[in-house]
Design a protein around this ligand. Structure first.
Ligand code: FAS
Ligand code: PHB
Length: 389
């Protein structure tokens, strides 16, 4: 079998790239390790930057998100039993869209089906071969059969635990990592959100986040021990702890109900350089991970896809390889800026084990600056709505 671009990974990065390349007449094959149901069962990101919304429009997949997503032009920051608002519209010309990653992925799968995209689910033993030559190929097995796909390029969109990053030789790769000493325990509940905008809370008991998916589907997180287990938490214990971490006016307004999903995500900052090796390009979580505090994981995957889509269109459309040659440099320039914002916001909002009274004072001073200073709010707003591509 032969195709132009093999995309390893059928998550949002791979599917969005596949749809954008389809629009340019570039043929792709998507190889996904899990079943479609499994992929669509993951509960992950909730806030979309303008750049991702625009890309979904370019891919012709934005109708439902525009009809069902919630436009947010600000967010609340809570500390010291009170809250203040960061007004995105006052500082930027942009807003964010609250629309779950699950729905983004569902829309992209539906579009791929309708455009006849070739997607193989539940593949195993994917192996990227000869990526450092002009004739790369990918082998994989499925239902006991081994297959080979010859191609021009491979897009490694297979997430942090995929095979693509590890295909780049260790002596070529440089990896940067910071592991945070806590995780996020998240729940989904069929209850009305506590507020019509997100609430990020810094409390002495730890971080909390009040988010949502729609008018009757709320998403809440509390900072937890890295060794914690969702099974340790009854719904009642979760709600009680959440109430202790958000200001009284929010705690009193909280509508609780049974959780329909409960999971713990570890927090890490991670970047792999370069994001290209020969004819292999890394996109999204395959190349970088951020703590979800700044809602940058999915959104930084989108800017990678933007740069790679541009480069491949230039290659196939004009025979010019400048775009793909610049891919890693262009993508990493924005990756490091979203890493910085995610690290800054995570450091500001969480209670670090062993943090000193001085550390706490630094957090409170930074929060007071953010509350009172126009330029500090502008800097946060610009990063939150999404730096330009
Ligand atoms: P993904 O990991 O989404 O997709 C990779 C795909 O590749 C998967 O479907 C996987 O099954 C497949 N794959 C893996 N190995 C393979 C192989 N060898 N062969 C074939 N396929 C393979 N971001 C936010 O902005 N906000 C959040 O709240 C948030 N919460 C998160 C919670 C968790 C538990 C995790 C893990 C991530 C979270 N993220 C969050 C980040 C997340 O949204 C990612 O940034 C986003 O999924 C990135 O998309 P992809 O790059 O497509 O990677
Ligand atoms: C979510 O709704 O899942 C969400 C929102 C904002 C974040 C992280 C997660 O920063």
């Amino acid at each position: 079998m032969r195709t132009q671009v093999v995309i390893v990974g059928g998550g949002p990065s791979g599917l969005l790239l596949g749809q954008l390349l389809h629009k340019a007449g570039v043929e792709t094959v998507v190889l996904e390790r899990q079943s479609r149901e499994y992929v669509l069962g993951r509960i992950r990101a909730g806030v979309l930057e303008r750049g991702l919304v625009d890309l979904m429009g370019q891919a012709g997949v934005d109708a439902r998100m525009k009809a069902e997503g919630f436009v947010h032009d600000g967010t609340l920051i809570a500390y010291d039993n009170d809250m203040f608002r960061v007004d995105f519209a006052a500082h930027t010309d942009a807003t964010v869209l609250v629309y779950g990653q699950t729905e983004v992925t569902r829309d992209l799968y539906d579009a791929r089906d309708s455009t006849g995209g070739d997607t193989h689910f539940e593949v195993e033993e994917v192996s990227i071969q000869d990526a450092d030559t002009d004739a790369p190929f990918v082998t994989y097995s499925q239902h006991g059969q081994t297959h080979r796909i010859d191609c021009d390029f491979v897009a490694g969109c297979d997430g942090f635990h995929g095979v693509s990053r590890k295909t780049i030789p260790e002596d070529v790769r440089r990896e940067y990592e910071k592991v945070y000493p806590f995780g996020w325990l998240g729940i989904l509940s069929e209850t009305p959100p506590v507020n019509d905008e997100l609430i990020y809370a810094n409390s002495d008991r730890g971080f909390a986040l009040c988010s949502m998916r729609n008018a009757n589907l709320s998403r809440y997180y509390i900072q937890c021990e890295t060794s914690d287990d969702p099974a340790n938490w009854t719904d009642e214990a979760f709600w009680d702890e959440l109430r202790r971490r958000i200001p009284p006016q929010a705690a009193e307004a909280l509508v609780t109900g049974p959780s329909i999903e409960k999971s713990i995500a570890p927090l890490r900052s991670f970047v792999c350089e370069p994001m290209r090796w020969g004819r292999l390009f890394l996109c999204g979580d395959a190349a970088h991970i951020v703590p979800p505090t700044g809602a940058k994981g999915l959104n930084t995957a989108a800017s990678d896809v933007h740069y790679l889509n541009q480069g491949l269109r230039q290659y196939y459309g004009e025979g010019d390889s400048a775009g793909i040659d610049q891919y890693s440099i262009r993508a990493l320039a924005r990756v490091w800026k979203t890493q910085r914002f995610s690290w800054w916001f995570s450091t500001l909002m969480h209670h670090f084990p062993g943090q000193t009274e001085f550390d706490k004072k630094m957090q409170l001073a930074e929060l007071a600056l953010l509350r009172d200073n126009n330029e500090a709010q502008a800097a946060m707003a610009l990063n939150y709505v999404g730096l330009p591509y």
